[in-house]
Design a protein around this ligand. Sequence first.
Ligand code: NDP
Length: 248
Amino acid sequence: MSDLQGQTAIVTGASRGLGYAIAETLSQRGAKVHLIARNQAGVGEAAAKITAATGVATMAWSADVGDAESLSAAFAAIQKDSPSIEILVNNAGITRDGLLMRMKDEDFDEVVRINLRSVFLGTRAILRSMIRQKYGRIINLTSIVGVHGQAGQANYAASKAGIIGFTKSCAKEVASRSITCNAVAPGFINSDMTKVLTEDQKSGILAGIPMGRMGEAYEVAALVGFLASKGAGYLTGQVFSIDGGMGM
Ligand code: NDP
């Protein structure tokens, strides 16, 4: 399928995990993808791997998505190379888990900065050009934890719930310009983020998933790929859970 040929996408947190699978999927469908992550070597390697696999030009940028100066420098360079951006996937995210009573100020602030502030900064940076071109697809990675909450993840849950409110507000502001803004809420997906779970934690989680397994990054990428397509033009302000039935 090459339905995204001629389009350009930005994917944050794309050096590994869900972001990498999303970038690869968009590239397989013909989009030129700009990957962002902090580690220059990691994101460079990811872009090179995708280009080699799909034959579509892919570019890598190093930036801290929660830092206004760093992100705007990367976006300015990207827009110099690709003046029109059709797709923005705000995917970068971190966890700093801990029980609320013992949670440090910096662990709360850092998670909100990287997970939520980044979505505001990235979306604001791209919106003017999407409004001008009267087309855009913005997809934000939230989590089922942002919908249901999770003990030990008050900071993460707050940041992901914030993304949902942000997504709906953004969708309302730009719907008349044919720009959609949606959130994807994965359950437990195999990645570096979930590698840290102990076997005990994993078996507890699996017991609550009707499908009895963790999800795979390419399964989330397929959903994001659909939301990024022209065919998803009448879907906006929605939160799409992809969780093996966990939230039912
Ligand atoms: P990973 O930890 O595997 O990858 C995170 C990516 O984000 C890396 O590319 C990392 O690269 C980048 N990143 C982290 N911090 C920054 C930053 N400040 N600036 C730029 N890039 C950054 O995470 P996942 O792939 O598992 O998760 C991706 C998204 O999906 C996150 O938003 C996460 O919250 C969400 N999610 C994941 C779930 C899961 O089960 N895996 C479930 C629900 C939601 P680098 O370190 O080089 O910056």
